[in-house]
Design a protein around this ligand. Structure first.
Ligand SMILES: [Fe+2]
Ligand SMILES: [Fe+2]
Length: 348
């Protein structure tokens, strides 16, 4: 696995202020832990999460066939696998967070895979207008996976100057894609160079985005040669911590445990939204069941997991008696057992 130079991170830690310049990219200055070792990310009033699209791809069979045919299989570089563009959809989430003073902020988590599919989803949910009107503060990318990042052009075509926040673990291809690059072998391209501020989050460091809202990049190798995923923590006043994820390749227990052990307010876990990557390709296995059963200890009050969680994993959560938030099964989502395309859930 490619190692990231520690020098890159050391260079980020010296100067005060919100962000620190590093060539063309910026790192957000990470938070300092309290003497107790915990991070006080502040509080927000509530958040509304809208699933713009949770369907990563249309057919598991087609996707798996392409992965297994690639040299090196699961370790193959995603930017060199000849993915079938007709099988591409994408994951994208709109987050609207209300501050304690009533002020509201909107941002996007991920931007999907298939540009046309995402454009339709953007128009359906009004994201195109929000981007044009600069109502969306930034796009934060959970990880470099094709189904979360490759329809970057759909966001940039409505606002090429938008601030973008990526994990500091991106590979060179992912960074080149931001500048506008064609990857014909993988049937993907970004023809609109990003002109706005680019910020990176340092793995293992809590980074505050607003009062009560923080990102954390977990550094780990992920299938089809991706590294690192960042997830979001919200501290909702009087309710508790809400975790919002892209794919949660680091696993939901690792994600939740971090909040319990390291974030002020983590003794009360309130909600969960996003992909949990438990049984994305079919029936849940023993390891997946262990994760589902392990979730019980957090006592989540609202569980809204979709995307790569897998229908069998959601069914297992329902069987365990977890408060799973149901959806409508519209716009291509494959079940109404979870929050799907066009559905929203409010925490707070
Ligand atoms: Fe995904
Ligand atoms: Fe992923």
């Amino acid at each position: 696995m490619k190692k990231i130079s520690r020098r890159d991170f050391i260079r980020t830690a010296v100067i005060g202020g919100a962000t620190i310049s590093l060539g063309s990219a910026m790192f957000i200055k990470p938070m300092e832990a309290q003497a107790s070792g915990k991070y006080d990310i502040g509080q927000c009033k509530s958040l509304k999460v809208t699933c713009v699209s949770e369907l990563g791809w249309f057919s598991n069979e087609v996707l798996l066939k392409q992965i297994m045919a690639a040299p090196g299989k699961m370790q193959a570089n995603q930017w060199a696998v000849p993915w079938d563009p007709k099988n591409a959809a994408g994951s994208c989430t709109l987050v609207e967070v209300e501050m304690l003073d009533g002020k509201k902020h909107k941002f996007l988590l991920d931007t999907g895979w298939n540009k046309d599919y995402m454009d339709q989803a953007f128009q359906r949910e009004g994201i195109d207008k929000m981007l044009k009107n600069h109502e969306i503060d930034f796009l934060i990318i959970s990880h470099e996976h094709l189904d979360h990042y490759w329809a970057l052009e759909t966001t940039l075509k409505y606002n090429p100057n938008i601030k973008i926040i990526i994990p500091g673990t991106f590979y060179p291809e992912g960074l080149e894609y931001l500048q506008g690059k064609d990857f014909p072998e993988a049937n993907t391209s970004n023809k609109i160079p990003h002109k706005g501020e680019l910020v990176k989050t340092e793995p293992g460091k809590v980074t505050q985005l607003y009062p009560g809202v923080a990102a954390l990049t977990f550094d780990l190798p992920i299938i089809v040669r991706v590294r690192g995923e960042q997830s979001l923590y919200f501290n909702v006043k009087d309710k508790g911590i809400v975790c919002v994820t892209g794919c949660c390749h680091q696993n939901v227990l690792t994600l939740s445990d971090f909040a319990v052990n390291n974030i002020v307010g983590g003794e009360k876990m309130y909600g969960l939204y996003g992909g949990l990557h438990i049984s994305p390709f079919g029936p849940i296995n023993e390891a997946g069941m262990k994760i589902v059963k392990g979730m019980a200890k957090y006592g989540y009050k609202k569980v809204a997991s979709n995307h790569c969680t897998g229908i069998s994993a959601v069914q297992a959560m329902i069987a365990e008696g977890y408060p799973v938030v149901k959806g409508t099964g519209r716009f291509g989502s494959q079940s109404d057992l979870y929050i799907g395309n066009g559905d929203s859930v409010t925490f707070g």
